[in-house]
Design a protein. Sequence first.
Length: 141
Amino acid sequence: MKASVGTICVKRGFMKMQKHGVIMDVTSVEQAQIAEDAGAVAVMALDKLPYDVRKAGGVARTAGLKVIEEIMDHVSIPVMAKCRIGHVYEARVLEELGVDAIDESEVLTPADEKRHIWKWDFKVPFVNGARDLGEALRRIE
């Protein structure tokens, strides 16, 4: 039987499995394991919390690949990672790494202020939050 990867059915089904669950931001394997043990449906892998990076005057970027890989190797729940708005190459690297979903996130420093990633070219599903309908519609395209 051929595996279904990246089909609309798989993408939507995966997202439905996350519904009504908690997705925890984690920066280490230990935090990811605690989140899994506490019943989180997924974890969002980060190097540092984006708020702390921006507060210190830095650029909030995608987590380091080593951090993401270590978390993926130690938990059985889905592992997600953030990429900057408009940064197609960050998203491609995350897809190749094998994350379960990508969050094209406004909490990271945007790579492109106007254009979001064209998500239809990816097999991995995308997630993200929105504060209002306009923000949500900009992400759908």
